[in-house]
Design a protein around this ligand. Structure first.
Ligand code: GTP
Ligand code: MG
Length: 409
């Protein structure tokens, strides 16, 4: 019996440190008083419990929860503890960057969402925010693709490169930036498999790189891309800046860190751009921005603050555009063209429908408006239309091509 009681005490002491709400008191009263569980009717001499065995105070749920929090704190919880800065929230709101919150209360959705936005606007009304100037970007055209370092084009004009993990949105960002669709994009990682050179007028080049990290391509192929990127970065003299594109949902990953360390070694300046911001709600985005800013403190070659953009919603693009134009010395020309375009919007005169590209890639000064009225080509088209019935198919086709040549259809 003494052995059993000894065991029971040991058990009790073990539990007294690690208490849980749901576990009952492990030692029954009968055990403490010396009654056998096997033979409950057997009367034994009751033992006086030692003063150490006083019943413990009942643990509350709060105590248990606090103890757990201190032990297992996940990265996600740490991330949630970051206080979103007011000026960042204001910027996100002003640029319409983030994803709108979803409210699951039926038909009152939009109303409640609007109230939420209004409240946020009120709270941030006294926070200062600098607006970006609207500038025109020169015409973008593909002129070279390099799979090996020997096929890099000659170094003539300043170059700006876009690098990042696969499928992060590098190609989409270049498209939105230049307001075109010349760069191919895909939702499958690994579409861009060579270094693509795009000429922005004859002022500067934009470089679309293959991604690093996971992609639908062979391991050796990906290693080759990585080497190609590194060669480009270390040998190119005209390279002005590298924009590291980071997914705003995931932040800086291990591959990014390795790449940034490599840039630090090679003394190349870089700036971070958080993209796909339209897929994150505003407090999360503000937290992500703060965290990224903090993580960048260890790198020497990082320049300026990270940028937040959404290629899909075309928000936050102006700032990136202005930084690039300022770097390559195209700011004045871009401002002039933008002003001309603005004047056209007000008066309706000054610009032709299809922009005519000048030597610098910006739309050139429009030609004088043509006089309205029946022209030679107009009459030509009319004649063809009427006489079409009598013609055979081949003749008709031939005439149509001639017509197209004249009219420019
Ligand atoms: N919602 C949203 N989707 C985006 C944004 N930018 C890119 N995407 C999408 O992300 C996918 C990948 O875009 P890409 O531009 O091809 O990505 P990439 O970095 O060039 O990819 P690789 O060439 O394979 O390295 C496409 O499906 C895009 O539509 C964005 O700002 N918002
Ligand atoms: Mg791409």
């Amino acid at each position: 019996m003494s052995k059993r009681i000894f065991n029971a005490f040991g058990f009790f002491n073990a539990f007294s440190n690690n208490y849980s709400t749901k576990v009952k008191h492990p030692v029954s009263r009968s055990q403490v008083l010396g009654k056998s569980l096997k033979y409950p009717n057997e009367n034994r001499k009751p033992r006086i419990p030692s003063p150490k065995l006083k019943p413990l105070p009942k643990p509350t749920g709060r105590v248990v929860r606090r103890a757990k929090k201190e032990v297992n704190i996940s990265n996600r919880k740490l991330f949630k503890q970051i206080e979103p800065p007011q000026e960042v929230l204001k910027e996100i709101l002003a640029l319409n960057l983030a994803k709108p919150r979803k409210y699951k209360i039926g038909r009152y959705d939009t109303k409640v969402a609007a109230i939420g936005k209004k409240k946020l606007e009120q709270r941030l009304s006294n926070v200062e925010f600098e607006k970006d100037e609207h500038l025109e970007f020169p015409h973008l055209s593909f002129f070279a693709g390099a799979k090996v370092a020997t096929s890099f084009p000659t170094e003539k004009v300043p170059e700006i490169a876009f690098v990042g993990r696969s499928n992060v949105g590098k190609s989409s960002l270049i498209n939105t930036l230049a307001d075109t669709t010349v760069v191919k994009t895909s939702d499958k990682p690994g579409l861009t498999q060579q270094i693509n050179f795009f000429a922005a007028g004859n002022i500067f080049n934009l470089i679309d790189m293959p991604g690093y990290g996971f992609a639908y391509a062979k391991e050796e192929e990906r290693l080759r891309w990585k080497e190609l990127i590194e060669t480009y970065i270390s040998t190119r003299k005209t390279l002005k800046r590298i924009f590291i594109i980071v997914d705003a949902r995931h932040g800086i990953k291990l591959e990014d860190k390795k790449f940034l360390s490599m840039l630090d070694q090679k003394e190349v300046e870089f700036q971070i751009v958080l993209t796909k911001c339209d897929m994150v709600i505003s407090p999360e985005l503000a937290r992500r921005y703060t965290l990224v800013k903090e993580q960048l403190k260890i790198y020497r070659n990082v320049v300026e603050k990270p940028l937040m953009v959404s290629a899909k919603k075309n928000s936050g693009i102006l700032k990136l555009r202005n930084i690039i134009l300022a770097m390559v010395g195209g700011l004045e020309r871009a401002r002039e063209v933008a002003n001309r375009k603005k004047a056209f919007m007000f008066t309706g005169v000054g610009l032709p429908k299809k922009p005519l590209r000048g030597i610098d890639g910006f739309p050139r000064k429009p030609l004088p408006m043509r006089q309205k009225g029946p022209s030679y080509y107009f009459d030509l088209r009319k004649n063809f239309k009427n006489s079409g019935k009598q013609m055979n198919k081949r003749k008709k086709l031939n005439r149509n091509t001639t017509l197209r040549k004249y009219v420019g259809m």
